[in-house]
Ligand binder design. Sequence first.
Ligand SMILES: [Zn+2]
Length: 284
Amino acid sequence: MFPNEEACREYLSAHRWPDGVKCPRCHKSEHVYKITQPWKWECWNAECASGHAYRFSLIAGTIFENTKYPLRTWFWVLFLMLTSKKGISALQIHRVIGSGSYKTAFYMCHRLRAAMNDPEFRQLMGIVEVDETYIGGKDKNRHWDKKQGGRGTFGKTPVIGAISRKGNVVAMMIENADTATLTRFVRQTVSDKVDLVATDEHSGYRYIKWVMPHDVVAHSKGEYVRGNVHTQNIESFWSLLKRGIIGTYHNVSKKYLPLYLAEFSFRFNNRNNPDIFGTAVSGS
Ligand SMILES: [Zn+2]
């Protein structure tokens, strides 16, 4: 689709401004004029122009701004990221695009991940599963008395997630999985009008029933599904995430974990979107 830079610019423009060019600063389309330089405009709205116009380009205010890489390279990296279900490492991307350094690929991947944070988050409705998991931590580096056979949570980072049976997932890194944190997450992520919140029997979820319908599956008693009450969708998402993080990225530091969560959630939430690429480009 993108034989050259110009094709990329056409595509970006059509997706960024489907209803005509808008000023990235005041978000208005009135009093915005094309100038003779290609892909550049001027905004003369009072809030942007004080004596002289505010001049902007096609990539102003996007993640593609202030980089020396051509749009074609960005698009290629984004395409690779969006089409690999378990993620693709910066090293693999570096090998495919074959230009620049490994660091370049790493930087581009992270910048694209940051852009995948859903800006139009809507609260989850219907039947929603909530669950927490733990990511990372290398058992072999631990002192012998702290080794837990890979099953404990020592040195791992807690992540909480909610998934609507019909649609989207929201996942977030948390400092610890205490009652206050879990309750706050549910109240922020799940709509008051939810039909049912399903969790396991973790005591941190005990206050949810006060604010919304809540039911529990007792994993400790070997119960995994009771009618509509189960957490199998969020658990599938966790295993996809962990396979990606461990299999593809060979573990991920806490610093970057929110970016990987954004990437995996974006891919999951757009799994049926035929224009996932366009959505990612215009969201950035
Ligand atoms: Zn403006």
